[in-house]
Design a protein around this ligand. Structure first.
Ligand code: ZN
Length: 203
């Protein structure tokens, strides 16, 4: 199982981190070990002093494929949820400054959280999908798929030019604006449409 992530897929978020709007999707990967398993506690990592949440819509791949045309990409995923692409922002800034790869900031153990899955019918994909994140019962991020720079289908097509997609792979589709810090004792809750899909305590 592979975990693909898209960076800078919402214009407002690219702006808040002072990044350019990309001309093609920014893709990076997290290893399987990055997935926080169900009923496992999340511990604040000791190598960072600036842990950021990034709430994102996550797709689950349902069909193996490579060189998938954008027009066919909708047949390759069938479930969706909200997840968190946890980022050690201080580590990332340091790596970015030196133009180094950013795995140490984003691909560490348990840095990928996913909520409860919903079936995604093709009719749903055409509608704007809402999601949000609460930090200690206050809404800190609100996203809508209609504000993505690159659509689900474009992302799938683009990833599959470089990497084979396999059943069970996950795709984090980018975070909207509002990313920020969390500390030990905080509680994060993710919502897909109106439904709460995860609740996470930072230990
Ligand atoms: Zn992200």
């Amino acid at each position: 199982m592979k975990i693909f992530c898209v960076g800078r897929n919402y214009a407002e978020h690219a702006k808040e981190l002072k990044n350019e709007i990309p001309a093609e999707p920014v893709i990076f990967l997290k290893p399987k070990s990055a997935l926080l398993l169900a009923n496992t506690p999340f511990y604040y990592p000791d190598f960072t002093n600036e842990l950021h949440y990034e709430a994102e819509l996550v797709l689950r791949i349902s069909k193996n494929g490579k060189y998938i045309p954008e027009s066919q990409a909708g047949h390759y995923f069938n479930a969706i949820t909200v997840g968190i692409d946890f980022t050690a922002r201080d580590v990332q800034n340091e790596l970015k400054e030196k133009s180094l790869p950013w795995e140490k900031a984003k691909a560490w153990d348990c840095s990928a959280v996913v909520g409860k899955w919903s079936d995604l019918e093709s009719s749903m994909v055409r509608k704007p999908l809402n999601f949000s994140l609460n930090l200690n019962d206050e809404c800190v991020q609100k996203g809508n798929s209609r504000n993505m720079i690159f659509s689900f289908n474009r992302i799938i097509a683009d990833i599959s030019k470089y990497f084979a997609l396999n059943i069970g792979d996950l795709v984090f589709t980018g975070t909207p604006s509002g990313v920020g810090e969390c500390v030990v004792g905080d509680k994060l809750c993710g919502y897909f449409e109106e439904e709460k899909v995860f609740e996470l305590d930072i230990k």
